[in-house]
Design a protein around this ligand. Structure first.
Ligand SMILES: [Zn+2]
Length: 263
């Protein structure tokens, strides 16, 4: 099903006497690699979903102990893992998540963990929260970190077993080009026309969640510049199709905020 077909289907439901478009929606599980991915990357999308009545939970595979960003008091990996675990829990509360599970796989080492093991945990978490849709970073990892791509691989493997759709958070090429030129980063993205969805988001809840991750956001100019370049828009791709009618009902509860784009 292509985007234009999906839009027609959504319209049929909207005009077909189903005002409670979220009535049939279940919940969304985000599968990420590091504590802060749920806020820095997915925060605006998650807060959008929770604000429109769709329960969201997060499964995070690592405690982020390998980050090069650490305060003076976080001298060891164990210290940083403890700090980041607390930051993750605080951000989950700010985002209004219905669940936030943090595992202890090695940061920067997810590629060494068997995919079946990670996918099994994602399947289990999806079952626990009654998820019908998974959310993840785009398959290329977006920032260039291999853990991000691995977490998405796990989400896709779990979704294949469950028959669920997977939404992938991504960036438009214009933002990628600007960030990589300014900071020498390795962001990846897609041309706007290839995006399945463009969401008009409220950044405020995300900014509050980001503030919870003080150890990673206090000295992170790339993050703030990315948000500035994105403005009030976030972009999603459909990494794995599923029940797209239901998917668009979750993301287009009123038909007012999101702006699906034609391919
Ligand atoms: Zn990350």
């Amino acid at each position: 099903m292509n985007t234009s077909e999906t839009r027609r289907t959504t319209g049929q439901h909207r005009h077909g006497g189903r005002p409670g478009l979220l009535a049939g929606a279940r919940s969304v599980l985000a599968v990420v690699a590091h504590p802060d991915d749920e806020s820095f990357g997915l925060g605006a999308v998650l807060s959008y979903l929770t604000a429109t009545g769709t329960p969201c939970a997060v499964l995070c595979f690592t405690r982020g102990e390998a980050s090069t960003l650490r305060g003076a008091g976080e001298t060891s990996a164990a210290d940083l893992a403890a700090v980041r675990s607390a930051e993750f829990a605080a951000a989950a509360r700010v985002l209004g998540l219905s669940g936030a599970e943090l595992l202890s796989y090695p940061d920067a080492g997810l590629g060494r963990v068997p995919l079946d093991e990670l996918a099994g945990l994602a399947r289990q978490a999806a079952g626990q929260v009654g998820a019908t849709h998974l959310l993840a970073f785009d398959a290329d990892g977006v920032t260039g970190h291999p853990d991000h791509a691995r977490a998405t691989e796990a989400a896709l493997a779990a979704a294949a077993d469950l028959g669920f759709p997977v939404l992938g958070w991504t960036l438009p090429q214009r933002v990628v080009r600007q960030l990589n030129a300014e900071f020498g980063t390795a962001f990846t993205g897609h041309a706007d026309p290839s995006m399945a969805l463009r969401l008009a988001v409220d950044r405020q809840p995300q900014r509050l969640a980001i503030a919870c991750h003080h150890s990673q956001s206090a000295a992170n100019p790339v993050l703030w510049r990315r948000l500035e370049l994105l403005g009030d828009a976030e972009y999603l791709r459909i990494l794995r199709p599923g029940a797209l009618c239901v998917l668009f009902e979750i993301l287009c509860p009123t038909g007012g905020l999101p702006h699906p784009r034609r391919p």
